[in-house]
Design a protein around this ligand. Structure first.
Ligand SMILES: Nc1nc2c(ncn2[C@@H]2O[C@H](COP(=O)(O)OP(=O)(O)OP(=O)(O)O)[C@@H](O)[C@H]2O)c(=O)[nH]1
Length: 362
């Protein structure tokens, strides 16, 4: 991350995640590639800037209450790790894709995904109209673009209301496409219920970012192998600074597990900064932590490199074989480094190449 380090109110000291590291060469290599771009769009006050501030600036949700309206495109580079490299453009809410001074070729061309934010606590008909014009215009210019709809501020809604809002918005958005003969685009819409007041915004952003990581299937494959052979129930590969998970194993993600793992990263960070001896950052490649919960579950964190951490959930009895888990983790980490190297050489990585990381114990 580049421009906002000064603004971080607490969690991460300035410079965290940006200093020299064993993988810096990877980062330089990737920096020369075209970074995918994510656009944040929606009506004014729908919550776009708040989302960006909470996920990437570590601003607390309450601090967004009085954010000023964005009046020009705010561009930001997110480059925490070799895998998480993209740009976010926060577009002002008044921006209309039909405006004469809007340059759609420049904005939609080369764009990986549009996150369209709809305020679910407000009347959303105008938002749906804008969503439709945006999608129709963007698709014409860039047929590869992904449309991610955040049905946002759902913290103010009951569970029934959330489901109903999602169903209604989905239905109306699809009907609008059908009316214009664009029904083939219906399958390209993805809907998420989000709020900055819980982990839902991090989970949704994780899924958006994962689609932009070309090595995703390789990372998932490696995590599947690790979990299967180590008695691990769930494993997330986290980008430590943003708490976005860039990959997970095949078992379904439940929100509670994800929240537990996010909280663990916060705890480890806080403890490391209070008691750690390094000035330039808490995490290094030797960092590890174990938390035992009173329901017989273990949370186990291992640092993969300065930017990425593996956080696992497992039963206490599976942890009896910690030696095997640690050994398998080292093989996993080595395989991740090899993925970096292959990427550096500019070769295409296929999941088949990493079907069996060297040495993993079954
Ligand atoms: N309840 C609730 N309020 C939110 C949430 N996200 C953002 N807000 C509030 O919504 C208001 C508007 O947020 P902004 O981030 O400024 O909205 P924006 O879309 O960037 O607005 P423009 O810059 O005018 O386009 C702020 O008061 C936020 O605190 C959320 O998840 N829940």
């Amino acid at each position: 991350m580049s421009s906002y380090a000064d603004e971080d109110p607490g969690s991460f000291p300035r410079g965290f995640g940006y200093g020299p590291d064993e993988n810096d060469t990877d980062i330089q290599a990737v920096a020369t590639e075209q970074k995918p771009r994510i656009l944040l769009m929606g009506l004014p006050r729908s919550g776009k800037s708040s989302i960006q501030k909470v996920v990437f600036h570590k601003v607390s949700p309450n601090e967004t209450l009085f954010l000023e309206s964005t009046n020009k495109i705010v561009k930001e580079d997110i480059s925490n790790s070799s895998f998480v490299q993209f740009q976010i453009w926060d577009l002002p809410g008044q921006f209309n894709p039909m405006d004469a001074n809007f340059d759609p070729e420049n904005i939609f061309g080369g764009c990986g995904a549009i996150i369209f934010v709809i305020d679910a606590q407000d009347e959303y008909m105008n938002a749906l109209t804008k969503l439709h014009t945006t999608v129709a215009k963007a698709f014409k210019i860039n047929p590869d673009i992904k449309f991610e709809v955040f049905i946002h501020k759902v913290d103010g809604l009951s569970d029934d209301h959330k489901i109903e809002a999602q169903r209604d918005i989905h239905q109306r958005a699809s009907d609008n496409l059908t009316d214009e003969g664009l029904e083939n685009l219906r399958l390209r819409y993805f809907f998420y219920l989000t709020s900055i007041y819980d982990h839902s915004i991090f989970e949704a952003f994780s899924k958006v970012v994962q689609k932009l990581i070309p090595q995703l299937s390789v990372l998932e494959n490696l995590l599947n192998i690790l979990t299967t052979h180590s008695g691990i129930e769930k494993a997330f590969l986290f980008d430590v600074v943003s708490k976005i998970y860039i990959a997970t194993d095949i078992s379904p993600v439940d929100m509670q597990s994800y929240e537990l793992c996010c909280d663990m990263i916060d705890v480890v960070n806080d403890v490391s900064y209070i008691y750690g001896t390094k000035e330039d950052g808490a995490f290094d490649s030797q960092s590890a932590s174990t938390i035992k919960l009173n329901n017989g579950t273990i949370l186990y964190l291992r640092e993969v490199n300065r930017y990425l951490a593996l956080v696992c959930i497992l039963r206490e009895d599976s942890f009896d074989k910690q030696g095997v888990i640690d050994y398998n983790f080292l093989c996993f980490r080595q395989a991740i480094h090899e993925v970096f190297e292959v990427r550096q050489r500019g070769q295409l990585v296929t999941s088949g190449e990493f079907n069996q990381p060297n040495g993993i114990i079954k």
